[in-house]
Design a protein around this ligand. Structure first.
Ligand code: GLU
Length: 299
């Protein structure tokens, strides 16, 4: 059975871009008679809140995007992340990193265009004495192999990375103890029995790292389908800043079905831009019609 998921970070309100990915994730699961779980990715206590989580649940339901069960949110899952971390440590794959830019943002998912750098391995082979001489609390990195990892993406085709060259050893736990997105998402997708991950194309580059982690933890990786991003008519990426993504503003002049219809039409799922409910869309849903290129949206 297909098990899909909504995995929002309650660090803000849901916007049109999130809605687009969630709509496709929902239609994919519902049209296959599968199950959908909701998981709040509230790893970082500084940046997320229960208020935003409540608003996200409300907004999903406004558009008819329901879920079958809500699984424990990430802030309650530290023991499971500890266990995975200990396993990787036993495998000799974890080391402390004292570099000052040790990924303050590691807890949040790295989206396209955000600065991510390939770690040079500075702290990879420090001696115990060198480690003891460091004064600051370390972040913890996972060693990556000199090996190509391929993701057969359901929409984007094959995507591969030579982890050592394209990614580098990555942070799995921050210096303040907060686990990084990459580790938490893999532990949770495995625990929740997720078989299909549908999310924005901006997270495609995280997929090889996640497949690597699944293999180390001895769990099967899900199927990945990375969906296009929404662009404004002038070609720039829609952004929260411009307000063109704000759902409350849009709902002031359009019905939920009109918004869904515009998204479905832009995705290539329906032939005319007309109002449609999520249920009606699931009945005609077909991945082979969904565009893979980023989508220009007019509302
Ligand atoms: N929680 C992540 C985000 O909102 C998404 C993670 C995922 O779908 O893997 O950016």
């Amino acid at each position: 059975m297909t098990v899909g998921r909504f995995a929002p970070s309650p660090s803000g309100k849901m916007h049109l871009g999130n809605l687009f990915s969630f709509l496709l994730a929902w239609c994919s699961v519902r049209s296959a008679g599968g199950e959908l779980v909701l998981r709040m990715e509230d790893l970082d206590p500084q940046r997320t809140s229960a208020e935003f989580a409540a608003l996200i649940r409300r907004d999903l339901l406004r558009f008819g995007l329901d879920w079958d069960r809500e699984v424990p949110c990430q802030s309650t899952r530290t023991a499971a992340y500890d266990a995975a971390f200990a396993k990787l440590e036993q495998m000799g794959l974890i080391y402390p990193c004292y570099c000052s830019r040790a990924e303050v943002h590691a807890a949040s998912a790295p989206h396209l265009g955000q600065s991510e750098f390939v770690y040079a391995g500075t702290c990879r082979d420090l001696t115990p004495a060198q480690r003891a001489a460091r004064k600051r609390a370390p972040a913890w990195r996972l060693r990556v192999p000199d090996q190509e990892w391929i993701v057969r993406d359901g929409l984007q085709g094959d995507y591969s990375e030579l982890l050592s060259r394209d990614c580098g050893d990555f942070v799995v736990r921050r210096a303040d103890g907060v686990y990084a997105y990459q580790l938490a998402v893999v532990v949770d997708d495995a625990e929740n029995g997720v078989t299909q991950v549908v999310r924005g194309r901006d997270l495609l580059a995280s997929a090889p790292r996640q497949k690597y982690l699944f293999s180390l933890l001895g769990k099967p990786a899900p199927e990945y389908i990375h969906v296009p991003l929404l662009m404004a008519p002038d070609g720039r990426r829609l952004s929260k800043r411009d307000g063109d993504l704000d759902l409350d503003t849009l709902l002031g002049r359009l019905t939920p079905e009109e918004i869904l219809g515009a998204l479905a039409f832009a995705a290539g799922l329906i032939d005319r831009k007309e109002a449609i409910s999520a249920k009606e869309l699931a009945a005609v849903f077909d991945w082979s019609r969904v565009r893979r290129e980023d989508i220009c949206l007019t509302l």
